[in-house]
Design a protein around this ligand. Sequence first.
Ligand code: DQA
Length: 143
Amino acid sequence: KRVLVLNGPNLNMLGVREPDIYGALTLKDIEALCAETAAEVGLSVDFRQSNHEGELVTWIQQARESADAILINPAAYSHTSVAIHDALKAAGLPVAEVHLSNIHQREAFRHHSYVSAVAFGVICGFGATGYRMALTALAERLK
Ligand code: DQA
């Protein structure tokens, strides 16, 4: 089974960007961790990042044809994007939402995510390990 792993805006800056909040790992490092975990649990991953809301929406639409599940860290779009919410809902695939940081411990504007209502599970605050946890949960779910 195939999981589309989507990363939203500014996550290409990981490692450089606020490492005290987001950790020292780069997005490449997280991609490598995901590949390792996917192999362990028998999934294949298609790992992508975009700074553009519309590009993420298009990829989510295409996932109907090319993926069995979606793991998404929508980054700042979590808190703003009805378009990503709608696309995920329409895709009809299991969605796991991941945040590196604990969004509930941070500014009030990060406490609500439009994605959570269309996700079967949400993981936040465990850094890159959250991606591994979500892939493991998706593998269970797709059995
Ligand atoms: C984030 C949390 C968001 O609030 C923030 O805008 C991000 C990253 C996280 O992984 O902790 O860019 O999704």
